[in-house]
Design a protein around this ligand. Structure first.
Ligand code: URA
Length: 436
């Protein structure tokens, strides 16, 4: 086999065999295939695509390119969720404790923020003392003992993806369904869970801006999951505005605590319950979605999920008092009201831009190794469709530097459009994709 022939074959729109795909993934991961040939190959895939079987082989080859997390020492059916990336998405912080309170093991490897999107690891690290670097023994031990562990990715999982993603990122080849599906699913398959629930975001803050493309991607990933022997489902959720009221690391943890205390934003709750219910069903702990939702609600009403969150924080060296007393989280120095640019109804939101506003304030990384400020962020008081007036703030900025706040304020105002006539509210759950 040689790379020139494989590039040519794909350029001509032909289908690669399983052996060819494994050969190129392994060759590239080892460093035998140079970046310039792999880049040409990705561009050929970008224009010619890959069929279902090619995509499954690509995913499996990538998943097998490094270590696989062996979760066999964890008793019970292990469940995992994955979001394709959003703004204000704190669902993992709520769902993990709820499921663990039901005795369902959650062993989750999470990432840091990427570009305009936030990451669960950064959010958890805003809690005093919280450690996300766990050894394999600590990770598995915690899940067996308290049913929940969330760690940063330390094992060498799917190294092919790391290398391939970095190359796609600089060759304008990220945005291709088969490559995205293989990238996401290879990491999920290498993480070892039995049940995978995917939260595929669609809209102005998502990778997939249209529902049609999000649905295609969701179907592809669900199919790959099942072919790899994992019970997989996907929920298409709206990212045409941030999820919930808070955007920013510590602010989002505090919002998650509010939900676990039995309060919280309706749209956020809808997404939480939809994702968690499919995880409960997959774990075989309920027969119907209604039953799943009922037992999940009970974990909140009885405060068991909140207690589990505190127990989980303590197990990872964090200060559990902060969970019961969220007022102890350090505050940003400035709280600045932001007024809408006109009277009317919030019509649209450039959600990516809202994520960028949080980044400008210091809540995300401008460079790979930059330190983030966990206290800063945005509080959104209104949803799309709500009435606004120039006399009442529609948001607040939490900032530590006046200059950053000035720029952030302008950009947040401009991220929203306002209509004089009432606009219809859009559902947050767009579609459920299960294996047919
Ligand atoms: N997220 C990933 O992990 N990979 C992609 O290719 C796109 C989004």
């Amino acid at each position: 086999m040689n790379m020139y022939e494989l590039i040519l074959k794909k350029r001509e729109g032909e289908r690669l065999t399983k052996e060819e795909i494994y050969w190129l993934v392994n060759g590239y991961t080892r460093g035998d295939i140079p970046d310039y040939q792999m880049a040409a190959f990705f561009m050929a895939v970008y224009f010619r695509g890959m069929d279902q079987s090619e995509t499954v082989w690509l995913t499996l080859a990538m998943a097998e390119s490094g270590e696989k997390l062996d979760l066999s020492e964890i008793q019970g059916i292990k469940v995992d969720k994955h979001s394709t990336g959003g703004v204000g998405d704190k669902t993992s912080l709520i769902i993990g404790p709820m499921l663990a309170a039901l005795g369902i093991p959650v062993a989750k490897m999470s990432g840091r923020g990427l570009g305009h999107t936030g990451g669960t690891i950064d959010k958890l690290e805003s809690i005093e003392g919280f450690q996300t670097a766990l050894t394999r023994e600590q990770f598995i031990g915690n899940v067996n003992r308290i049913k929940l562990a969330i760690a940063g990715q330390t094992a060498n999982l799917a190294p092919a993806d790391k290398k391939m993603y970095a190359l796609r990122d600089v060759t304008a080849t990220v945005d291709q369904d088969a490559l995205i599906a293989a990238s996401i699913m290879s990491k999920k398959l290498a993480s070892g869970a039995d049940v995978i629930v995917l939260d595929v975001k669609t809209g102005s803050g998502a990778f997939m801006q249209t529902q049609e493309r999000a649905e295609q991607l969701a179907k592809l990933m669900v199919d790959i999951g099942w072919q790899a022997g994992k019970k997989t489902s996907a929920i298409l959720t709206d990212m045409n505005e941030p999820l919930g009221h808070m955007v920013g690391n510590a602010l989002e943890v505090q919002e998650a605590i509010e939900v676990l205390q039995g309060k919280g934003d309706e749209r956020l709750l809808e997404v939480v319950f939809a994702l968690a219910s499919y995880m409960v069903l997959g774990a075989g702990r309920a027969e119907t979605l209604e039953e799943a939702e009922q037992i999940l609600k009970e974990t909140i009403e009885t405060h068991k999920a909140l207690d589990k969150f505190a127990e989980f924080v303590q197990a990872q060296q964090g200060n559990p008092d902060w969970i019961y007393h969220p007022e102890r989280f350090p505050k940003a120095r400035l709280k600045i009201p932001v007024y809408p640019t006109g009277n009317g109804y919030l019509k649209s939101c450039d959600t990516r831009e809202v994520g960028m506003v949080s980044l400008i304030l210091g809540g995300g990384r401008k460079t790979k190794d930059a330190k983030i400020d966990s206290t800063v962020g945005i509080q959104l008081c209104k949803h799309l469709g709500d009435a606004v007036t120039t006399k009442e703030p529609f948001a607040y900025l939490y900032a530590n530097h006046e200059e950053q706040a000035k720029e952030a304020e302008k950009r947040l105002q401009n991220a929203y459009t306002i209509s004089e006539i009432p606009t219809e509210k859009q559902p947050v759950i767009k579609k459920i994709v299960v294996n047919e």
